[in-house]
Design a binder for this molecule. Sequence first.
Ligand code: PMP
Length: 398
Amino acid sequence: LFAAVEMAPRDPILGLTEAFNADTRQNKVNLGVGVYYNEEGRIPLLRAVVEAEKARLAAQAPRGYLPIEGIGAYDAAVQRLLFGSESALITEGRVVTAQALGGTGALRVGGDLLKRLLPDAAVAISNPSWENHRALFESAGFPVQQYRYYNAETHGIDRSGMLEDLRNLPPRSIIILHACCHNPTGVDLNADDWQQIIEVLKEREHVPFVDIAYQGFGDGIEQDALAARLFAQSGMSFLVSSSFSKSFSLYGERVGALSLVTQSRDESARVLSQLKRVIRTNYSNPPTHGATIVASVLNSTELRGLWEAELGEMRDRIRMMRQAMVEQLATKGARRDFTFVALQRGMFSYSGLNVEQVERLRVDHGVYAISTGRICAAALNSRNIGHVTDAIVQVLEQ
Ligand code: PMP
């Protein structure tokens, strides 16, 4: 049975981490990661989470199965976070939400549901995108194409290229969009861009699938929901995958959600029944712990306030590190202007360094980054940033 099984290619990011762990240099820095580290270089455990966990432990609640779509109070809180507490979509019963196993699980369940509804559709992802987007939708059985997104020369958006590619896709294509804090570039769309994209998507009857994995890491919880709010206003039907891995620092608890926006309460009931079939035949029902914690935090005024403050601290720290990186590189005489780094949002930054420069960073300086030049700004801290900027300056001189 297994004799002829070939070795699958190694995950490049995990491979990088293995190489980093084996590196014996004292001043090594891993900027290849996809998690937020605090100033001490550790994954934080938020106080809001600790408080909610204490309460959960004290309640000694039994651990029965959850409903297929997860915890009701959690699903409702996710909807309010996405669309605002006063959202007409919610009161009209036009949003269906199911708890999912992280943002990845939400994307996969959404992909499987869409395959049933639009078996012949194409999926389009941004160029570049989070590498799992392609793999996930290919696994769900879709051909995956790319639309232009990032302009390496301007370190900005290729606006005309993006709109042109979206126009040229076959009608009713599924378009995966990063709501904020674009992974891997850090370059986001503005309100004007979103409006233009929405017009094209409507015209071509494309299906928007908005991926929001960093709500609160960009400009703020409400600000980062802009894309979801604009799609809500557009009158279109669309999907949203939410992840709380970063915003609650609950990576391993797998807390996410899939929300579907329909045209009516009746449509919602039918769509939910189909969504439940997809989930039931995949993992039956979701786990209890993470979503219970997130629901308790979001539904308590006190804990929510604490969480917002802690999320704000993470957001501000990343911004400070971006700013410090720009300033240090300028002061140290880097042969390039890096001001674009401070304009990017979220954890990731396309640094503009090429494969050879990334290689030199690792070999000569013990600074690990992804070969595309992607660095995690959230892995910088006041102790390692000096070494990182020294290394970048030297690599650019070679
Ligand atoms: N979408 C994007 C754009 C991401 O960057 C990530 C996580 N790296 C995810 C989805 C998946 O999130 P989760 O870890 O919650 O599955």
